[in-house]
Write a protein that binds this ligand. Structure first.
Ligand code: FES
Length: 259
């Protein structure tokens, strides 16, 4: 897919959590085609310690407003600088990068489950949006440590059924996402997941045991985002591949995870 370098303009910057902001930006030209699961490289200006762009998942695209959303977890100087952007500020991005989740042509007959944890919920909102646009009905299962680590719930609820687990039981069912009772009550035909690797491994195990197709979006550390620096390599049954270029989305059958 063609990649674009765009100067976007911030419309909103909302602090969702002490470690996460939601950035909304508009574009002067119509935003290009983007697939759920793809990501953007965001340039960080005026940060003396940040030389590389930050890879951030595309969270949502509002075509009516020509607006794109990013959920940004504050993990270092670069993302902390991005969190200081104000409405009217400009942000230079390269997008869309990587591949995307596979939405099957018969999605209307599918029973898709989207499992996310932490800021890994980001690409699942756009994926749910696309499934709905194509006539499907997504079910979301989101896991968090505690109630205060949950955000964007109303957005997910507007697209489909939403089930929650928290490790401390402060909201939804107590435990991990893969322990939720919905997994025993409903038969899913396709599973998509993004979040901490132990969660995705558990999701992959559930999918494999139940003979369900499953795609996961890997969050390996990235630098160039273009397949040049090799810092995001993942071992697969086709050899070492760059997560930024050949992923970030992989069918679990390709991965050499012990599941
Ligand atoms: Fe450089 Fe993937 S981030 S090769």
């Amino acid at each position: 897919m063609k990649k674009y370098i765009l100067d976007l303009v911030v419309t909103e910057n909302t602090r969702l959590h002490d470690r996460c902001v939601l950035l909304k930006l508009i574009c002067k030209e119509p935003l290009p085609l983007m697939l759920p699961g793809q990501f953007a490289e965001l340039r960080v200006d005026n940060s003396p310690t940040t030389f590389l762009r930050r890879p951030i998942s595309i969270h949502y695209v509002d075509r009516k407003k020509n607006e794109i959303w990013f959920l940004i977890q504050l993990v270092g100087d670069g993302t902390k600088k991005l969190a200081t952007l104000k409405p009217g500020d400009s942000l230079n991005v390269i997008l869309p990068l990587g591949n995307g989740f596979t939405i099957l042509p018969n999605v209307k007959e599918e029973v898709p489950l989207l499992v996310g944890g932490g800021v890994g919920i980001a690409p699942l909102l756009m994926l749910g949006q696309e499934i709905v646009c194509q006539g499907g009905k997504p079910t979301f299962l989101l896991g968090a440590r505690t109630l205060k680590d949950l955000f964007e719930m109303e957005q997910f609820m507007s697209l489909g059924e939403l089930y929650i687990t928290t490790e401390d039981g402060s909201y939804g069912e107590k435990g991990f996402a893969t322990q939720h009772t919905i997994l025993k009550q409903k038969r899913f035909s396709m599973i998509y997941s993004c979040g901490p690797r132990p969660m995705m491994v558990a999701v992959a195990r559930y999918a494999k045991e139940n003979g369900i197709e499953c795609e996961v979006s890997l969050e390996n550390k990235m630098a160039c985002g273009l397949g040049a620096c090799l810092c995001c390599v993942e071992d697969t049954n086709e050899g070492n591949v760059c997560v930024c270029k050949d992923g970030p989305v992989f069918n679990i059958k390709k991965l050499l995870w012990q599941i």
